[in-house]
Design a binder for this molecule. Sequence first.
Ligand code: RP5
Length: 173
Amino acid sequence: MEKPLVSIVMGSDSDLPVMKEASDILNQFNVSHETLILSAHRSPEETAQYAKQAIKNDVRVVIAGAGGAAHLAGVIASLTTLPVIGVPIKTPALNGTDSLFSIVQMPPGIPVATVGINAAKNAGILAAQILSLSNPALQKKLEDYKQSLSKSVLEKTEKLKKIGIEKYLSNTK
Ligand code: RP5
């Protein structure tokens, strides 16, 4: 089996439905990755061990998702020089603002590249973009992906021009 270049780590299996989106987009770009559950609070020793070992295992980017007092991404970033992308998970109590602030407000010296609340897909794309710096084939896939986004917007504006607002809205309901 191919060694994982990206580690997708999350604090709980309750984060999995969101974090799966990172895995899905990495599969689309054919980027090898692993998916792990590790908690900064509930399994601190194992989390530290993982973070110290990741670079030696040839992982190149870490994506870490957690909710609430979301310290997972920051703790991993404190123990590795690998780029760490943080995904704040939406919480019932504070809608994910707690997770966002916990992940984004890192002290100078220990950055975590934080994406939006529940934005695991963007985390996957960002990880692929980092890897594409040394992988022209992956860069081409990312260019094609961006082209497809642009094409879909242009198709929408053409359709809107053609059928008008009322029909457009009733068609997309
Ligand atoms: C965090 O606490 C996890 O990342 C999760 O988002 C949140 C709740 O965890 P569970 O109680 O659902 O396991 O550590």
